[in-house]
Design a protein around this ligand. Sequence first.
Ligand code: WT7
Length: 575
Amino acid sequence: MSEPQHKELLDVMATDSNLQNYEDAYATFDWKDVEQEFSWNTTGNVNAAYEAIDRHVENGRGDDIALYYSDPVRDESYTFAELKALSNKFGNVLKKYGVNKGDRVFIFMPRSPELYAALLGAVKIGAIVGPLFEAFMEGAVRDRLEDAEAVAIITTPKLKDRVPVAALPALKHVFLVGAEGELAAHEVDFQQEMDAASDLLEITWVDREDGLVLHYTSGSTGKPKGVLHVHNAMIQYYQTAKWILDLKRGDVYWCTADPGWVTGTAYGIWGPWLHGVTNVIRGGRFSPDDWYNTLQRYNVSVWYSAPTAFRMLMGAGDDLVKKYDLSSVRHILSVGEPLNAEVVRWGMKVYGKRIHDNWWMTETGGQMISNYPSLPLKPGSMGKPFPGIYAAIVDDAGNELPANSMGNLAIRAPWPSMMRRIWNNPAKYEEYFRLQPWYISGDSAYKDEDGYFWFQGRIDDVINTSGERVGPFEVESKLVEHPAIAEAGVIGKPDPLRGEIIKAFIALREGYEPSEALIEEIRDFVKKGLAAHAAPREIEFRDKLPKTRSGKIMRRVLKAWELGLPTGDLSTMED
Ligand code: WT7
């Protein structure tokens, strides 16, 4: 175990936060207490989109701003009443095209008001939404739509070429936002349909255990897995948004994550809107100036982002911060990868605020371990388990380990936002729960004597680059499709800015020679075939790669090479 450095305390606490006494809450809280916050508790009617949007309109808050949207060309705002109407319209459009409850509807486009209206509309008719990050290329899009048997996709003319309709027999409709000119048989002009649709919709009431959203995520082997979340998750979205995001009436909240990742739905849609809070959505690329300008211009009070972004802002310098009035910012949070203690200290210095790290995963659906505004914070720690969540460090047999021992980070199942299924893969699902009563996260960590959790690393080979999870197998499979490549092994290499970068070790086929041009070509091949963020930043050629006798690339040996560490037990390696 690494030497515990957990004595440093940042004890500038908020006195007015929603969670005043963590210990009390931890001892007494029951998820059942949250149910009274929802209208289904009295009506019996369940639908997350109704709770997030329509309920506020019915409670006389229809004119409050739900969404501020800006990108380099658009600058708009939408009230809850307007979002209700737009999502109703899209619900009617989907119904007109025969989309039913339980059908998978994918959304593949850059952040825009249309994306949010479409997502909410699909949920309102009981469809299961599959949001895809806009950077995905054809191979990645195809794998996901195929696995989910998606019946419809909402996309743009620019992205539609990456949707291989002919190869996807279940896919019936391609809705084009910004459609122009001639449309193919399966294509539908989104705006034309929206204009014609009624803004009155009969919402499809669902069971709390019915599917809400499907997020694909990478493991160390196999294709990406479809993690299914259900409407019941809103119990956890609501309560964590109250006590971790600390959202209050009147807040302006900005989550920088794209809905293609779980943070962008759980806390980019449900968390804020279940609380009726104004949500800031910014399109376009990262730029320190634009980000600070966004905070200033909307008077953002709660800001949720990721370590890579904070590290880039740190790199942009302290003077830049002084050019902006960031006094509206009350609470800052981070998720996705380890938040360095140094970044927390820097945040204290330049923002005068603590950055609150929290830990969770696509599979957990909602936040599990966090720092809280009312608790002392230990820079470098992920914080403490949420009330209602029991987190532990266990050995490989599921025995709980004492304080300061490193082991598997585990959560006692179940909890409200827990994934309910891996799409088409029940065996994979069971693997997470193999050590009853635990959910095994795949992360290693330890808990200190004060109950704070400290992240140590992944147990499997999954790579976390700038907070995005990349499965080495997916990248390796793409690499060996390239005609020059015989074998490929992919690892995460530690990187000060991105946490990890993707490094590929490659053995070439006969007749090919290493060259800069080939490196570029290979990188481009992965970018075009998979996604830009999955392309190896570093490529190293080797005559041969270390493999087991059964032919599996030994990534741990590659990693040891890379880090100059001993390679450990090589008994399973081929000669
Ligand atoms: C993996 C989950 C749900 C958040 C977005 C990422 C790593 C997540 C932290 C943290 C250190 C973290 C873990 C986890 N991770 N949060 N605060 N400190 N590592 O979701 O893509 O499903 O990835 O991200 O390794 O298992 P994801």
